[in-house]
Structures are given as structure tokens and as C-alpha cells.
Design a binder for this molecule. Structure first.
Ligand SMILES: NC(=O)C1=CN([C@@H]2O[C@H](COP(=O)(O)OP(=O)(O)OC[C@H]3O[C@@H](n4cnc5c(N)ncnc54)[C@H](OP(=O)(O)O)[C@@H]3O)[C@@H](O)[C@H]2O)C=CC1
Ligand SMILES: Cc1cn([C@H]2C[C@H](O)[C@@H](COP(=O)(O)OP(=O)(O)O[C@H]3O[C@@H](C)C(=O)[C@@H](O)[C@H]3O)O2)c(=O)[nH]c1=O
Length: 285
């Protein structure tokens, strides 16, 4: 049984490649700037399910490249979803906490009103809408703060900066759940198999690591586990200006995912230990 994956070298795609039945397409085989070509790949290969792990993820750069981000994050998932619907096969599409405006302190439920603060979140929401509109079997899996031994992420940034400095300032008023890419890949794989058997569980779900934490406390745990001596000073978001505004509250209510698919929130501290171990062993960056 083939599960076709869009994405090959990204954090989640690299982990999906290790799972049974996965065939991963890099951008040389399927470029999301050409949504019709991505749809044609699905029609040509007729897999049992599709997982879309490819996206434009440069949050700040998206502010000045919104048209490009909109094609990759918005148009391409819609085209994939229509091709999947025509074949009546499930599409698992990964989305983000950045579709929410981030007010309050309550965890976001999948049914809550969205309100992205920037171009990345807006284009990801556009992709969600396209997937739902296609009307086929699907799961939209919103996750947050993805980390792995591969690619670019907050863990790798902290390890690089912490090796050179004895003090870092890190925002302490943005709260969310760091999520290991390996756990996301396993969740997507399981959801795809479940939807092949029972498409009635289609819908939008949340999946993030536990416990919720601030970026500053996350940085402290990274340094503690890595044995790096680097002091982390709490700062408010206003002291770390960036082109894109990020949500303050990225807490996600993941209960419907557990109820529908039996997938619980993973403990990101264990995932972090695995990532540091992989990096120690020389896993490629
Ligand atoms: N990173 C994060 O913190 C979060 C990510 N997400 C979502 O999770 C999913 C996976 O993210 P993650 O693994 O971190 O992504 P990465 O940034 O690690 O990788 C992005 C992937 O998208 C592919 N890609 C980008 N542009 C194109 C294109 N034009 N055509 C084909 N492929 C393209 C890349 O291919 P290539 O290898 O060739 O560059 C790569 O495989 C995405 O949907 C993202 O929005 C959700 C929440 C948080
Ligand atoms: C490097 C650094 C960052 N920060 C802050 C900036 C920001 O608020 C926070 C995280 O920074 P990053 O740029 O790594 O994170 P960012 O790229 O915003 O991460 C997001 O990526 C997209 C793709 C998602 O979908 C989100 O879930 C989320 O993971 O840390 C500091 O406060 N001090 C620092 O030294």
C-alpha cells in the first residue's frame, strides 16, 4: 500500500520517509508552485492515501513573499485535495497554530474561529479551506513549534547560539507545545491508515507536544539537556521585533485527535532527548 508524501527533505517529510509504504516526492519531482502538476502526480500514481508535508515555512520572509507562499500553502493543497477526492482517497494535510490570533490563555479547539496574524498563517488557512472545499476524505492536522534533528528549527538555533554566547534573551510570553517531527510523522501515518479504513473520521484536528511552555523555558530545557551553560533571560515579545507577528497563545486542545484516532500528546522533553541523541550520533542537519 503506497502512501504518497509531498515533501522529502523537510523536518516532517524526512521522518515520514522512514515509515512503511511512504513514497516521498521532493520539489524536483513535484513543485508546489505548480499545483496542477502536483494534482497530476496523484492521478498518475493512484496511491492509497496522500500526506502533504511540504509548505512555505519561512514565517518572516512570507511577509514579503505572500504571493509565492499563497501558491505553495494555499493553492497547491486545494489542488491535491481535489485530485484525492476524484480518486476517493484520503489526504492528510499538515497545518499550524499560526492560523489563530493567539489571544487569551485557553487552548484552541479545532472548531474555534481562526484569525491569522501574518502572511504565513493566512496562506496556511487558505490551504485548509481548499482541502475542506474539495469534499473528499481528509484530515487537517494543525501542529506547532516543530523540532527535529533535520532542517532548521528552534532547537538547532539555540544549540548554535548557546555554543557561542553565555547569555540569550528569549521571549517568555508566547506559549505553545513544541512538537517532535517524528511524532507528527507517526500521527499522519496512523491517521492516513485509519481514514483508508474509515473516511467518516475526516475533519480538522490538533496535535502538539506536552507540556505547554514558553520559548524561554523551552530554551532552558534545551540547554539543560544538552549540557550547555547559557543563561536565558525572559523578555516580552515587544523586545524581539520581527517582520511577522506571532500568536502569544499557541496552546492547542488535542482531545478530539485522541478520541478519534487514539493519538495522545507526546512529551516533547523525551523527543528533545532523542533529537540531541541523533545530533550526537551525527544525523545530517
Ligand atoms: N516548522 C514548524 O515549526 C511548523 C510547521 N508546520 C507545518 O508542518 C508541515 C511540515 O513542516 P516542516 O517539516 O517543519 O517544514 P520544513 O520547513 O522543514 O520543510 C518544508 C518542506 O516543504 C518543501 N517545499 C517547500 N517549498 C516547496 C515547493 N515549492 N515545492 C515542493 N516542496 C516544497 C521542502 O522541500 P525541500 O526539502 O526541497 O526544501 C521541505 O520538504 C508544513 O505544513 C508546515 O506548515 C506547522 C507548525 C509548525
Ligand atoms: C533566535 C531567537 C528567537 N526568539 C523568539 C522569536 C520567536 O518569537 C520565537 C521562535 O522563533 P522561530 O523563528 O524559531 O520560530 P517561528 O519560525 O516563528 O516558528 C513557527 O514556525 C512556523 C512554521 C509554525 O508553523 C509555528 O508553529 C512555529 O513553529 O523565539 C527569541 O526570543 N530569542 C532568540 O534568540
Amino acid at each position: 500500500m503506497t502512501i504518497l508524501v509531498f515533501g522529502k527533505n523537510g523536518q516532517v517529510a524526512t521522518e515520514l520517509a522512514c515509515l512503511p509504504g511512504a513514497t516521498c516526492l521532493g520539489r524536483d519531482q513535484a513543485d508546489l508552485t505548480d499545483p496542477a502538476a502536483c494534482a497530476a502526480k496523484i492521478t498518475e500514481l493512484t496511491p492509497a492515501a496522500v500526506i502533504n508535508a511540504a509548505a512555505y515555512t519561512a514565517v518572516d520572509k512570507a511577509e514579503s513573499e505572500e504571493d509565492l507562499a499563497s501558491v505553495i500553502n494555499g493553492d497547491a493543497p486545494g489542488a491535491m485535495a481535489r485530485a484525492c477526492a476524484d480518486l476517493d482517497i484520503p489526504l492528510v494535510h499538515i497545518s499550524t497554530d499560526y492560523v489563530f490570533e493567539g489571544g487569551g490563555t485557553a487552548p484552541w479547539h479545532p472548531g474555534d474561529a481562526t484569525g491569522p496574524l501574518g502572511a504565513y498563517g493566512s496562506t496556511k488557512l487558505q490551504g485548509e479551506d481548499g482541502v475542506r472545499a474539495a469534499g473528499g476524505p481528509h484530515a487537517i492536522l494543525r501542529t506547532s513549534w516543530v523540532v527535529s534533528a533535520h532542517g532548521a528549527n528552534f532547537v538547532k538555533t539555540m544549540l548554535r547560539l548557546g555554543a557561542d554566547r553565555d547569555r540569550l534573551t528569549v521571549v517568555a510570553d508566547q506559549i505553545g507545545g513544541p512538537t517532535p517531527a517524528r511524532d507528527i510523522a507517526k500521527a499522519c501515518h496512523r491517521i492516513a491508515q485509519s481514514l483508508i479504513a474509515d473516511p467518516s473520521r475526516s475533519g480538522t484536528y490538533h496535535f502538539s507536544g506536552a507540556p505547554d511552555v514558553s520559548w524561554a523555558d523551552f530554551a532552558r530545557e534545551i540547554f539543560a539537556q544538552a549540557g550547555i551553560t547559557c543563561d536565558v533571560a525572559d523578555i516580552p515579545t515587544s523586545d524581539y521585533p520581527t517582520p511577522a507577528t506571532r500568536p502569544l497563545n499557541s496552546r492547542m486542545d488535542c482531545s478530539t485527535l485522541e478520541a478519534s484516532f487514539g493519538i495522545a500528546r507526546p512529551d516533547w522533553r523525551k523527543g528533545l532527548a532523542d533529537i540531541l541523541s541523533d545530533l550526537d550520533k551525527g544525523t545530517p542537519s
